[in-house]
Write a protein that binds this ligand. Sequence first.
Ligand code: AKB
Length: 326
Amino acid sequence: MSKEMKKILVTGSVGQIGSELTMELRHRFGAENVIATGRKTAPSEKLKNSGPFHFIDVTKIESIEEIVKKYNIDTIFHMAAILSAVGEKNPQLCWDVNMNGTLNILELGLKYDMGRIIIPSSIAVWGRGVPLDNTPQETVLKPTTMYGVTKVCGELLCDYYVQRFGLDVRGLRYPGIISYETLPGGGTTDYAVAIYYEAVDKGKYTCFVREDTVLPMMYMPDCINATIQLAEADFSKLKHHSDFNVAAMSFNVKELADSIKKYIPDFEITYEPDYRQEIADSWPNSIDDSAAREEWGWNPEWDLDSMTKDMIEHLRERKNKGNLYL
Ligand code: AKB
């Protein structure tokens, strides 16, 4: 049986997923038991005022270790990472943060006999030579971005710590995540979030990938559920560990824009593809997540239209209060 999660550390808690994950973990496990950390960006008032927050640098093991010792941490959600688009601008930084950060977390997991560690992966693990539709769980992993390279290495490293040292490490391959609380930073799938903000703000959007670009996507409530559900799964029942495919929906940009037009009929979209098109083209259209469904009961709830309705309602509410971009 897996050990209980009593004192949880979240790295990257100021980021798009980390910020909402931290709030949900605080809600479920007690605010004082979830220690939020970030590197540079100031936390929102909500994050800062709801529980402990510290600045750390995941590339420096002593900076993480100080927090691990101070709070007697037994569980880590390691969300800090450099994403694909920024990673292509600065591949060395991407390697440093993603690989050394992951290694430091795993080493501390061993040293402090931690109960469980969650380290996410991404659809960026795929590249040339995979079927683009319903991409299988087990297949060749040949990414063409540094971010993808670090995610493949990260999965292998995590699985090595599971097999070699018996450390409880779990991870899932996130698709593009869409949300309205915190803007994503530096990813290729960021257009699928920006389009909603600009639609509500200005009624138009210029997209940096073509209209026929299809990628797997997921709404944030499903993403948070998937992450916590995998964290709570019985470790002894898992056949995979650090590389679960998880899918929710797939659509091209035209379908996304058409879904928005149901709520904002005058919405206009134009296309100016840039270097991120090539990254998007190297990733699958849709993925087979039957292993996640079988091993820990994964079952997404949101589809494109229910997500669009919810996104637009929340963003309109924010715009009316004068804080669309927070
Ligand atoms: C990115 O676009 O880099 C991320 C991801 C799919 O991991 N959102």
